[in-house]
Write a protein that binds this ligand. Structure first.
Ligand code: GBH
Length: 458
């Protein structure tokens, strides 16, 4: 790509939604306050050896007590939308049954503070913090968890729905199902491939049940967020590499997109699901439920996937059913997570969604990167993060120009925070957090993003 194109100014459509995203367990802390019970992430992070540095979300960014300061920072940045998540174990401490008003009081205060600042709240109901008590009954492998989720969704809606216009059921069901139940990288840390496929189905069922009830209750916008990755074959002329890419695309993307948007499992994925589980957990009517109408699809994009066919490869634990597939490291620059940087991958992905699954508008609900801090005097000069965000925004803009119905972009993340199995050392924030003092400092990227938002262009 030539330099003129990379630096030419681009302007987004009028009304494009700009914002930032966070998640409850990653920022709130206050793990034992106001009636909150443990989630699977408390259990997981408190188990020695599962999270880098032995870090937990017990305190995190102490956002539970500092939310007003954090909203003030967002106001300063000029963000129009704040995507946060609600912690299920604060709202329904026993997983099912009575609602805990003190748990909802926190979100009540947060939402009022946001509205006061002119920021539209976008609430995600499930960003991975399942009440531990439900995991003790099988977690997402248990169909009853889907019903419990829909009940929790309505409890949250009844308290906040008069002021929260936008509801997202799940964040990244692929991570919940496959990292949680197949590879064990995430809570609950199980390594049972069959369980992962059951979990994936019940997560989507929970989405469908909740989406329907939220809509009936009057929610203005209902959505679900998936983490997608364009999957490329090493050699596009090699039939085996192309088949390997299709398999991984199925397990990463289509196994969620097709049920959610088209109301069916793709044939090749149904075959894999049946091979691992027998398919008995999929009941009559489930797919119609899962295919509940949504107002937009949330897409989280971080990186592409590159694969090739290789006889004898065991495949990846994160993708059961990938025997004979080799996962390759693309020859690309990397973030501080060692993830390949590929803005064109976002363009490819958006074009494909716009083509295959046309009916649904899209919002990028997460995009961002972790890099080591570069401290120069008083400033945190995170030029690499600015470069990452700018290149991905240009790719998103190209998709808009190509006709993709992209309505908004939310940067991950407002704050440095608890980066799941990596703990606090990986920093994705536009705003730096000093965990010893809880002091917040805008990084250079935050000032840059403020300009992007205020001009609707870069
Ligand atoms: C998102 O997940 C999450 O929604 C958010 O909470 C998180 O903080 C953010 O991204 C940054 O990570 O196991 O090393 O092979 C991103 C989805 C899923 C992307 C796991 C990387 C494989 C990494 N991630 N995936 S690895």
């Amino acid at each position: 790509q030539d330099r003129t194109e990379a630096s030419a100014s681009v302007t987004f459509p009028v009304g494009f939604r700009w914002g930032v995203a966070t998640a409850a367990y990653q920022i709130e802390g206050a793990a034992r306050e106001d009636g909150r019970t443990p989630s699977i992430w408390d259990t997981f992070s408190r188990t020695p050896g599962l999270v880098d540095g032995g870090h937990t979300g017990d305190v995190a960014c102490d956002h539970y007590h500092r939310y007003a300061d954090d909203v003030a920072i967002m106001r300063e940045l000029g963000v129009g939308t704040y995507r946060f998540s609600i912690a299920w174990p604060r709202v329904i401490p026993d997983g099912t049954g009575p609602m805990n008003p003190r748990g909802l009081d926190f979100y009540d205060r947060l939402v009022d503070e946001l509205l006061e600042a002119g920021i539209a709240p976008m609430a995600t109901l499930y960003h991975w913090d399942l009440p531990q008590i439900l995991e003790d009954r099988g977690g997402w492998t248990n169909r009853a968890t889907a019903d419990a989720f829909a009940d929790y969704a309505i409890a949250a809606y009844l308290r906040l729905g008069d002021r929260v216009p936008t509801w997202t059921t799940l964040n990244e069901p692929w991570c919940s199902a496959f990292l949680g139940y197949a590879s064990g990288n995430h809570a609950p840390g199980r390594t049972e491939p069959d369980a992962a496929f059951r979990a994936a189905h019940h997560l989507m069922l929970g989405h469908g049940l909740a989406a329907r009830r939220l809509r009936e209750a009057g929610a203005r916008e209902v959505s679900v967020t998936v983490n997608l990755s364009p999957v490329f074959p090493r050699d596009a002329r090699d039939r085996h590499d192309v088949e390997a890419a299709a398999r991984v695309d199925g397990l990463h993307n289509r196994i969620f997109l097709d049920p959610l948007l088209l109301g069916r499992y793709p044939a090749d994925m149904l075959e894999v699901v049946e091979r691992f589980t027998g398919g008995t957990h999929i009941q009559e009517g489930d797919l119609a439920t899962i295919n509940a109408p949504i107002d937009f699809l949330g897409v989280n994009y971080y990186m592409p996937t590159l694969v090739a066919a290789k006889v004898g490869e065991p495949g990846s634990a994160q993708f059961p059913g990938t025997e004979g597939v080799e996962f390759l490291d693309p020859d690309l620059p990397r973030t501080g997570m060692d993830w390949p940087i590929d803005p064109d991958g976002l363009h490819v992905l958006l074009k494909r969604l716009g083509g295959d699954y046309v009916k649904t508008p899209i919002i990028i609900t997460e995009n961002g990167a972790s890099f080591p801090d570069v401290v120069v005097g008083d400033e945190i000069e995170d030029t690499e993060r600015i470069g990452f965000l700018a290149s991905h925004l240009r790719a998103a803009h190209r998709a808009v120009t190509d006709g993709v119905d992209l309505r908004g972009y939310l940067a991950w993340s407002l704050l440095d925070n608890f980066e799941w199995a990596y703990g606090y050392d990986k920093r994705f924030g536009l705003v730096h957090v000093d965990y010893a003092t809880q002091e917040r400092r805008l990084k250079e990227s935050a000032r840059w993003y403020r300009r992007v938002i205020s001009t609707n262009s870069l």
